[in-house]
Write a protein that binds this ligand. Structure first.
Ligand code: ZN
Ligand code: ZN
Length: 255
């Protein structure tokens, strides 16, 4: 299984338009962070997780063009607003694309992209179908997908376990029952916004505490804010098995 890191930044990305802070003016390529998203593939299946505002750039820069399923963690704009650009994938694949999310999230997608579901569509709109998922596990190709209930401020959202790999973004709290589901993962990607408290995102310390509990072989931090500072400054604070996630990184897991 290969995981392509499409983006590792918070909703504004890094750099932020007009910002002159140390992270935003940094020359370190690791401090260029598009909005958080990953692509997971095996020989049998290609899964896109979230479709944010940088989707087009992410697919061009990583030379991707085909998808079997799109999974959504939640309906915030930095995770869904690139859906219109899925029409490029329709064009290449010449088939409808299935979108999988919880009921509330599907409702929001339908509202924001109503023209894609109109009875009479104008030509070239994204050709997508909506499929409801819950916290029940399911299988896509040769990947066992286990949805993880994640609390994001007050919003219940989803993270996903794909075989031995787990992707958790926008978490501020995880119940013990969900941590139990994550025991044994080899690689974990989890969000850490910044060092100071935030109502809907883990701080660096909260993310590290959560990693301790889950105990993966390796963990990467994502959904990073410019308020964390430049990567070289905060990576030194990480224990040896925890690394900053980096856009365009590719993580390979044995099947
Ligand atoms: Zn987000
Ligand atoms: Zn969010």
């Amino acid at each position: 299984m290969e995981i392509v890191i499409l983006g590792s930044g918070t909703s504004q990305g890094i750099p932020i338009i007009g910002c002159t802070c140390e992270a935003c003016v940094s020359n370190d390529p690791r401090d260029k962070r598009l909005r958080s998203s990953v692509f997971v593939r095996t020989e049998k299946v290609k899964i896109q997780v979230d479709v944010g505002p940088d989707f087009r750039t992410q697919y061009l820069e990583n030379e991707l063009s085909s998808i079997d399923y799109v999974l959504f963690t939640h309906e915030h704009n930095d995770h869904v607003i690139g859906i219109d650009d899925l029409r490029a994938v329709n064009f290449i694949q010449k088939k409808q694309l299935p979108l999988l999310a919880e009921k509330r999230v599907l409702g929001e997608i339908k509202k924001r992209f109503d023209y894609a579901f109109a009875a009479e569509k104008y030509p070239g709109v994204p050709d997508i179908s909506l499929h409801e998922i819950s916290t029940e596990a399911f299988r896509l190709g040769d990947i066992d997908v286990t949805p993880i209930r994640v609390i994001h401020g007050k919003l219940p959202i989803l993270g996903f376990k794909f075989n031995d790999f787990a992707y958790i973004t926008d978490a501020s709290m995880l119940e013990q029952s969900e941590i139990d589901k994550l025991y044994g993962v080899k690689v974990l990607i989890i969000n850490a916004l910044r060092e100071t408290k935030h109502y809907s995102h883990f701080t660096l310390q909260e993310a590290l505490d959560c990693i301790e509990k889950i105990n993966p072989e390796k963990a990467y931090l994502t959904h990073i804010s410019h308020m964390m500072g430049p990567t070289r400054a905060w990576e030194q604070k990480l224990p040896s098995r925890v690394l900053p996630l980096q856009d365009k990184m590719r993580i390979i897991l044995p099947d």
